[in-house]
Design a protein around this ligand. Structure first.
Ligand code: SER
Length: 322
């Protein structure tokens, strides 16, 4: 049978970096094409790499024509905090990027993974255990693009049969690549400050609770929903996936079990308002029911593993890449 490839768009970001590595380990390096707007020498060493702006419609179309693609992971996006600084750009990238990929997936019969976010929810949604089908009144351009994007995904599935699958990620914590422009990034930055002995001015208030997830769980969620039998998926907008829920005070205390000298304070900025518009925890019982989703990392496991991997050198390299 003809071999078809997997394409990861936005491969150089926080999620993409680790997802590409995992996909290459599972399917073989030659079958996973990583693509990013920026050149990524470390990625091209491990397999095929295409430097491409997903808003370059012709370039994207050519890529689909050249490569036989069976699955696309569309990760290129502007997140919540950057999106508020550049609303027009965020809308354009997040929306036009998605529509172009959905259209190409329709023409080339590809399966699509597209991450949505807790940012689809706003003040009118329940703060605790926010259900999958809660009302969506997002407060950010990022959230509006994710909310509209979910409906486009379902539209392409219902109207054209495009097999597009999605999860609503909480804040993602990882040590391989820096998160870029999210409201939940503090949960990575505080580890970097702790291991390198820097004082950390946290831009959220100490008691601001948000849902979070460790990267290995996030990668597994993507792979598991993509592998689930289509008949099991009752939701074609997006599934809540939960893991942990904590505040800056709680994660700082967890880090201080390892590094008691961690010094930090709360200096809220515009991101505080964004965080306050999101639920503090989400209910993922539908994902658990439909495709057996189950997180593995709690706050203790996340802290222990982050402390074991974030070194002062790595933290310095990550800060330089920002
Ligand atoms: N981590 C994202 C953000 O903060 C939420 O999806 O924007």
């Amino acid at each position: 049978m003809e071999q078809r490839n997997i394409l990861v768009l936005g491969a150089g970001g926080q999620l993409g970096t680790e997802l590409v590595r995992e996909l290459r380990a599972v399917h073989g390096p030659g079958r996973v094409i990583a693509s990013d707007i920026r050149e990524k020498p470390e990625m091209s060493e491990g397999g095929p790499f295409e430097q491409l702006d997903i808003l370059n419609q012709k370039g994207l179309g050519d890529l689909f024509n050249r490569q036989k693609i069976s699955q696309v992971y569309l990760l290129a996006a502007l997140l919540s905090a950057s999106g508020e600084l550049r609303p027009g750009e965020a809308w354009d990238l997040n929306m036009r990027g998605l529509l172009q990929v959905l259209e190409l997936a329709r023409q080339h019969h590809c399966q699509v993974f597209w991450p949505s976010s807790i940012a689809v929810f706003g003040h009118s949604a329940p703060r605790i255990s926010c259900p999958n089908e809660a009302v969506q009144e997002p407060s950010t351009v990022y959230g509006i693009s994710k909310s509209a994007g979910e409906l486009w995904c379902r539209y392409y599935f219902e109207r054209y049969g495009v097999d597009v699958r999605s999860v609503r990620y909480p804040g993602l914590i990882s040590y391989e690549a820096v998160p870029g422009g999210g409201t939940t990034d503090y949960a990575v930055e505080i580890f970097e400050a702790a291991v390198s002995g820097r004082h950390y001015p946290c831009y959220l208030r100490a008691d601001t609770r948000l849902p979070m997830m460790y990267m290995p769980d996030a990668i597994r969620a993507a792979l598991e929903i993509m592998a689930a039998p289509a008949a099991r998926l009752s939701v074609r907008t997006s599934y809540n996936v939960a893991a942990v829920s904590f505040t800056p005070r709680l994660i700082a205390a967890s880090i201080q079990r390892h590094i008691p000298e961690l010094s930090w304070e709360s200096v809220p900025d515009y991101r505080q308002k964004i965080a306050e518009s999101w639920p503090g925890s989400i209910d993922d019982s539908l994902a658990r029911h439909d495709w057996n989703w189950k997180p593995r990392y709690g706050i203790k496991e996340i802290t222990d593993d982050m402390i074991a991997h974030v070194t002062p050198e790595k933290s310095q390299q990550m800060m330089e890449k920002i």
